[in-house]
Design a binder for this molecule. Sequence first.
Ligand code: ADP
Ligand code: MG
Length: 251
Amino acid sequence: MNVAARQMGQTAARLRFENIRHGYDHRDVISDVTLEAHPGEVLCLLGPSGSGKSTLLRIAAGLEMPRGGRLLIDGATVAGAGAFLPPEKRGIGLMFQDFALFPHMTVIANVAFGLAHLPKLKQVEAAREALFRVGLAGYEGKYPHMLSGGEQQRVALARALAPRPAVLMMDEPFSGLDARLKDQVRADTLAILRESGATVIIVTHDPEEAMGMADRIALLKDGALVQQGTPHDLFVHPETLFAASFFSEIN
Ligand code: ADP
Ligand code: MG
C-alpha cells in the first residue's frame, strides 16, 4: 500500500530516520540519527531534556524539514533528498505534550478537528467512535475545563487516533499528569494503543516509563543515538556509562 492510500489506512507503517541531521540557526541539535520504528511496535525515544526527542517527532510529522538525511515511510522517501510530503499526507498522528485541546470547543469538536477532509456526518461518526475507544462515550458535549487531567489526556488521544494514523507519535504524554494517576493512565493508554494497531512512538525523559511501555527503546543524548534495544537489553547490557547511569535511577 502506498503512503497516500494509507492516509486513512488501518495498518501500521514502518518509519525510518536515515542519517538525519538537523539544527536551529547555527547550532546542530540532531547529528546523523538512523533509527527505525517497526510496524505495530511501541518504540520509546528516551533521553534527557534537550537531547532532540521532540525535534525528531517534528521532523517525522513534517513540521520541520531535516537539514540532512532522509525520512522514509514503508520505504518511500517523504522528506529529504529533494522530497517533501506534506504532514497531512503522511498518515502520521502527533499528540502534543500539553494536549493542545481547544478550550472553546466541545470534546467532540476537538476530536473531529483533524477530520476536515471527511464529510460532516463521517467526521461525527469517526469522532464518536474514537471517544468510545478511549472510554469517553457520553463526553461529546463537554468542554475541556470540565474534565480531569486524565480525561483531557484521553480526549487528546482520541483526536490523534480518530484519523486512524499508521504511525502515532506522543510527546511526553504523561508528564502533565498527577503522579498518583500515572501508572493507571499509562496502562490504559498502552491497551488503547495496542488495540489501535498503529506503529507507536512515545517520547519520554523517564526511564521507568520507557521500561514499562516500550517494545524497544532508542536512547538519545545530545542529538545522537546512544543505544537501541529492548528494555531488557538496555537495562541489563548498557553499552555506555551514560546508559548505565540513566537506568540506575530505576529501582
Ligand atoms: P527534547 O525534546 O529532547 O527536550 P528538543 O528536540 O526540544 O529536545 O531540543 C533539542 C535542542 O534543540 C535543545 O537544545 C533545544 O534548546 C533546541 N531547540 C529546540 N527547538 C528549538 C527552536 N525552535 N529554536 C532553537 N532551538 C531549539
Ligand atoms: Mg521535548
